[in-house]
Design a protein around this ligand. Structure first.
Ligand code: AMP
Ligand code: TRP
Length: 344
């Protein structure tokens, strides 16, 4: 493998409300990585239409996710923030990778099985092919590191498999064209910390998700302090006091989830949180969790609301980001065309 320039890429779908899971699993990592890496953060609107969307709501959601990125502290001048559909190279590379990936690889994707459910014959082809577009998103920038929540791990493994197969299938051309022995890096997932999988507040065995019909299952970035307090107070727990050690969280999914959220919000480990709250009851712990969550999230929600009033600014950020992303993506696409054997 040649030395690839370190570069971070990640994406968030503009569908529904952004929640605490998105924030802790992804967005806080995006913010931190800006200090050490060149970063590209994408609002993946092409992914959103794999299931039906209301066009007016989709537009609003794209702007809302952009506002959330900015409100959380992503610097769109130093790094790149844009929406996927403005850079056509994503879809173009996805086609080439469609012809590299194998059907059997896709049938193993658990998220597709979950999302398609019993209606498998009737979902869009896009929903099935989605992980290939995700691979294209990353590889069109030859990104090396991808911060995501735990639920995206399998998709990233697929992206690595696709990159590797491309490198092998076109090995001779890649060498002949002077790219060394590999054209695409094998992108590394960054899935770390105490909240890589934030669970529903109503059921500790289910992921916190934008599509859960109960709003009490999640904390939205746009929730105000009262709503956050109410949701945490109502969050499901069990009758035991909190354990003093992390091992005591096993088989107690609701307790484990709340402790993980606390730890991630405070930048501490679960063990440290239990040192402070172990042995105590949930109501004391929940009060502290409410204060912490309100302190961390409400400034972001307020900044999002302010940004939402300036649509022209949001759209200008996306346009500027797309222009800069396009330069990088076009460079990759040119090389891919030469490698594959297209005349250009
Ligand atoms: P999505 O909303 O599916 O576009 O997800 C955007 C990012 O948030 C991805 O990196 C996901 O892995 C992450 N994410 C979504 N839900 C959760 C969750 N419940 N816990 C942790 N990370 C999550
Ligand atoms: N599939 C991711 C999700 O649902 C979003 C996504 C699309 C993504 N393309 C990506 C994440 C590329 C990381 C890298 O959450």
């Amino acid at each position: 493998m040649p030395e690839f320039q370190p570069r971070v890429f990640s994406g968030v779908q503009p569908t529904g409300n952004l929640h605490l899971g998105n924030y802790l699993g992804a967005i806080t990592k995006f913010v931190a990585l800006q200090e050490t890496h060149d970063c590209i953060y994408c609002v993946v609107d092409l992914h959103a239409i794999t299931v039906p969307q209301n066009p007016a709501e989709l537009k609003a959601s794209i702007r809302e996710v952009t506002a959330a990125f900015l409100a959380a502290g992503i610097d769109a001048k130093k790094h790149i923030v844009f929406n996927q559909s403005q850079v056509s190279e994503h879809a173009e590379l996805a086609w080439v990778l469609n012809c590299v990936a194998r059907l059997g690889w896709l049938t193993r994707m658990t998220q597709f099985k979950e999302k398609a459910g019993k209606d498998r014959e009737n979902v869009s082809v896009g929903l099935y092919a989605y992980p290939i577009l995700m691979a294209a998103d990353i590889l069109v920038y030859r990104a090396t590191h991808v911060p995501v929540g735990e639920d995206q791990k399998q998709h990233l493994e697929l992206a690595r498999d696709i990159a590797q197969k491309f490198n092998l299938d076109f090995g001779e051309e890649i060498v002949a064209l002077g790219h060394g022995d590999a054209f695409f890096p094998l992108p590394e997932p960054l899935i770390q910390g105490p909240a890589t999988r934030v669970m529903s507040l109503r059921d500790g065995t289910k992921k916190m998700s934008k599509s859960d019909p109960s709003d009490y299952s999640r904390i939205n970035l746009s929730d105000d302090a009262d709503t956050i307090a109410q949701k945490i107070r109502k969050a499901k727990t069990d009758p035991e006091p909190l354990p003093r050690e992390v091992e005591g969280l096993a088989k107690r999914p609701e307790a484990e989830n709340l402790v993980g959220i606390f730890a991630a919000l405070e930048g501490r480990s679960k063990a440290e949180v239990l040192e402070a709250y172990g042995g105590g009851n949930f109501s004391t712990f929940k009060s502290a969790l409410i204060d912490l969550t309100v302190a961390k999230l409400t400034p972001i929600g307020e900044a999002m609301a302010k940004l939402a009033q300036d649509q022209a600014h949001i759209d200008a950020v996306l346009e500027d980001g797309a222009a800069r992303a396009r330069v990088l993506a076009a460079e990759t696409m040119k090389a891919v065309k030469d490698i594959v054997g297209f005349v250009r």
